[in-house]
Design a protein around this ligand. Structure first.
Ligand SMILES: *Cc1c(COP(=O)(O)O)cnc(C)c1O
Length: 372
């Protein structure tokens, strides 16, 4: 084994160092204005992020999970309804469905993209299906055209989980507000990350925007007049201030993520591993760069010996999680998702990663895996 400098899976410190003066000034400004919850910075961020997403409205919230919850409520989803989603995602996607009282219904993924397969989703539709919630996993857009067709044919609400896909484009259009509405997360490690918890919902629908603005703040639009039982899902003032600064860099960061991903693709070509398929008509947000390998745990352990950080998103598909055992699914129900979870390995990917570090990861994989 060679002696090397470590390559972290991700590291947010360098980015902070570059933006430190600007961010400290913005936080100080927020404090001086005592705008700690919502406020002017958040309102400006809403406008700027809506415009970034090519959407009419953005409603700033305290997390991506809250955004998913409000999106489903805005679609009228409640108990007695079913919502179809992918088992190959972070649990928040399914939790939000459960919060509404609706039943979570899974359909398997397309193994080439790891995203929900529209044809399999179609076969999961019943008379109780109310909405369909695909996830742009790792920033890779789902086939929105196919899902929109399904939604139209069966009168379903199409909601996007865009928590990993800030700025991604499906056939030239930004994801998020392509269906009735979409949820973004600004969890610190996402492509656009706050300095704490934050999220947002985007939509072109005035009625949904109006409902969500009220629902995030205890069902009120006017202070202390409550039209319905709502939530405290407001974004903190600080987060709006930080996100405004970071949003200005997002396209540059995304371009760097793409360049790193392309270098990985070139340098890993010919190795005994599989890479997800990118549709050349779409723009991936490259949240994660994942490979699929047969003996994943061994490869991960070996990379660790080389000083390289990796992660598994996700080790267990949702239909086999203990929390969702009540749904009655069993191993073998979604073989593509199960295989993806056994084989997936995310390599280091963040804008500050150097080309030398990327090459070192690739050289290590050449040594560890060998040619197919
Ligand atoms: C991060 C994430 C969420 C949840 O967002 P939070 O801001 O952490 O609540 C939901 N769905 C997916 C696919 C995610 O990656």
């Amino acid at each position: 084994m060679k002696t090397i400098a470590a390559v972290p899976y991700y590291d947010l410190r360098e980015q902070y160092a570059a933006l430190r003066a600007e961010i400290l000034e913005a936080i100080d400004r927020t404090c001086r204005n005592a705008a700690f919850s919502l406020g002017d910075e958040v309102a400006s961020f809403e406008q700027e992020f809506a415009s970034y997403c090519e959407a009419k409205h953005c409603i700033a919230l305290n997390s991506g999970t809250s955004a998913l919850h409000l999106a489903l409520l805005a679609a009228g989803v409640g108990s007695g309804d079913e919502v179809i989603t992918t088992p190959n995602t972070f649990i928040a996607t399914a939790e939000a469905i459960a919060y509404t009282g609706a039943k979570i219904v899974f359909a398997d993924i397309d193994p080439r993209t790891a995203n929900l397969d529209p044809r399999l989703a179609e076969s999961a539709i019943t008379p109780r299906t109310k909405a369909i919630l695909p996830v742009h996993l790792y920033g890779r857009p789902v086939d929105m055209q196919a899902f929109q067709k399904l939604a139209d044919a069966h009168k379903l609400s199409l909601i996007e989980d865009a928590a990993q896909a800030h700025g991604a484009r499906f056939r030239g259009r930004r994801v998020g507000a392509l269906g009735i509405c979409g949820a973004f997360s600004f969890y610190p490690s996402k492509n656009l990350g706050a300095y704490g918890e934050a999220g947002a919902l985007v939509t072109n629908d005035d009625r949904i925007a109006h409902y969500c603005r009220s629902a995030r703040s205890h069902g009120e639009l006017r202070r202390y007049f409550h039209d319905f039982i709502g939530y405290n899902y407001r974004m903190e003032g600080f987060q709006g201030a930080v996100l405004r600064i970071k949003l200005r860099h997002l396209d540059v960061w995304s371009a760097r993520r793409k360049a790193i991903s392309q270098r990985y693709r070139e340098k890993l070509d010919g190795l005994a591993l599989r890479l997800p398929h990118d549709d050349p008509r779409d723009d991936c947000a490259y949240h994660l760069f994942v490979i699929y390998v047969e003996n994943r745990d061994a490869v991960q352990a070996e990379l660790k010996n080389w000083g390289i950080g990796t992660a598994v998103h996700y080790p267990l598909p949702l239909h086999l999680q203990k929390a969702l055992a009540y749904l009655g699914y069993k191993p073998g129900d979604f073989p593509h998702a199960e295989r993806a979870c056994q084989q997936v390995l995310a390599l280091p990917l963040f804008p500050e990663l150097t080309t030398e570090q990327v090459d070192y990861v690739c050289e290590s994989l050449h040594e560890i895996i060998g040619r197919s």
